[in-house]
Design a protein around this ligand. Structure first.
Ligand code: GCO
Ligand code: MG
Length: 444
């Protein structure tokens, strides 16, 4: 039975006065204040909030405790299979966790991870992330501190971010990059369309489609290779020496082409080249390293420690960029950051539109507390998103700022969220296919 707050405080204070020296009694009192002088909260309910305010399906887990007004949110967004995360939370984690204390975040993470026996998949990792981050939010609210304080405090004032400049033609990319630079961004990711083809990360213009043996979205590796290299040349020439250039290869080339591309990109002095290889081909990172010094970022598709451990431990990449919820949330990602620090690898957490604002706040929090922070991907929040998620991270002069409110500092207006439900579509957020001219399907 919970002890009424007042009695609990009195009896605790009385006991410490008897047995502890004054200095310790004072510390004890502070600790009691952090836990609000109440017994450890217990999980009363777990629910899932789904919404699509910006054309992407977002999923957030809410944990409610048995203490009045004490709850928390965690990001569980897996856009391409969004409808599967909700039942993973509701049917499996909810009954497993109801009644447990919210105090033991690591213990809960490990037991959820282990409770499916088969693990490290994106649906289950996202479900666990929702729980994990909601528990950090609750602990922050209990302590009346932002989560970054619980994780050691700031290593820097704000977080240097990169923005996306894209366009169907080189001129469009350059114009968009200049606009972003005028807004204060020092780091720009550049992507250009591939005429008539389905390139990644930009519009494609109206060029005629080359011949192919099928009518599906079409890709050509060699055309992409030449176009992306040209883009880097144009951007470096037009945008000057000072801007930091980034580019996402999105695992579209063959391993050998990727090695060649990284080598040829060396003169453009990039901040990083992202995902030159797919997770299935990570052994080829050794070859990239042996051939050039182009900085490499990798990891948004990773779900398993077996993927990031060797790349970090062998110093085969420069930036680790896992998608926090894909890796299981704030807790495991914090360990990745600490592991990476030991090997001189810096962080560049995945921050596209398919991360909820709660997830973005977890990114920014980790950026602030990690000595080996590298850069943060930034995606703007539209008005609708900000109406649902009140207290999103703010961007000023190309820096992201964390909320100074307790926990993640975000409140969700569930009524607003209900006004932006998942849209129904044939693939329900899943991706289609992209094929080479001969009809071979490729990784997109
Ligand atoms: C990035 C990513 C994204 C992904 C997207 C998939 O670096 O921002 O590659 O744009 O493609 O998150 O849903
Ligand atoms: Mg990417």
């Amino acid at each position: 039975m919970p002890i009424p707050r007042r009695n609990f405080l009195q009896s605790a204070a009385g006991a410490s006065a008897l047995v502890l020296a004054p200095r310790f009694a004072q510390a004890d009192e502070q600790a009691e204040r952090a836990t609000r002088g109440l017994p450890a909260p217990r999980i009363k309910d777990i629910s899932v909030i789904e919404c699509e305010p910006q054309g992407v399906r977002l999923t957030v887990v809410k944990i409610t405790t048995d203490q009045d007004g004490l709850y928390g949110y965690g990001c569980a967004t897996f856009t391409q299979r969004a409808d599967l995360v909700k039942p993973a939370v509701e049917k499996y984690l909810r009954p497993f966790l109801l009644g447990k204390t919210t105090d033991r975040i690591e213990d809960i993470w490990q037991s959820c991870y282990d409770s499916s026996y088969w693990r490290n998949g994106p649906v289950l990792n996202n479900a666990i992330s929702g729980i994990d981050e909601a528990l950090w939010d609750i602990k922050g609210r209990q302590a009346n501190m932002p989560v970054y304080q619980l994780a050691g405090g700031k290593c820097r004032e704000a977080v240097d971010a990169y923005a996306h400049a894209s366009g169907a033609e080189f001129e469009d990319v350059v114009t968009n990059a200049r606009q972003l630079m005028a807004q204060g961004f020092r780091n720009i990711r550049v992507q250009v369309g591939l005429p008539g083809l389905a390139g990644y990360g930009s519009q494609h213009g109206n060029a005629a489609r080359p011949q192919a043996l099928h009518d599906k979205p079409l890709f050509d590796r060699e055309a992409q290779f030449r176009r992306a290299l040209k883009l880097l040349e144009v951007c470096r020439r037009e945008l000057g020496e000072e801007v930091q250039l980034l580019h996402d290869m999105h695992e579209r080339l063959t391993p050998n082409e990727a090695v060649q591309f990284c080598k040829l990109a060396e003169p453009y002095h990039m901040f990083f080249l992202e995902d030159p290889l797919s997770p299935e081909d990570i052994d080829y990172f050794r070859q990239i390293r042996q051939n050039c010094a182009t900085p490499i970022a990798m990891g948004e598709l990773f779900n398993s420690p077996h993927e990031w451990q060797p790349l970090i431990a062998e110093r085969l990449i420069d930036y680790i960029r896992v998608h926090l919820s894909q890796a299981g949330g704030f807790s495991p990602s914090r360990k990745i950051a600490i592991l990476a620090e030991q090997f001189g690898v810096r962080t560049a957490w995945h921050g596209p539109g398919d991360v909820s604002p709660v997830g973005h706040m977890a990114n920014v929090t980790l950026d602030l507390v990690s000595y080996n922070f590298g850069i943060q991907e930034y995606s703007p929040f539209n008005e609708r998103t900000q109406a649902i998620f009140q207290g999103c991270p703010e961007i000023r002069d190309g820096y992201l700022w964390v909320s100074e409110k307790p926990g993640w500092g975000i409140e969700i207006d569930e009524k607003e969220a209900a006004r932006a439900p998942f849209t129904q579509s044939p693939l329900n957020g899943g991706w289609g296919e992209i094929r080479l001219p001969d009809g071979t399907v490729i990784k997109q």
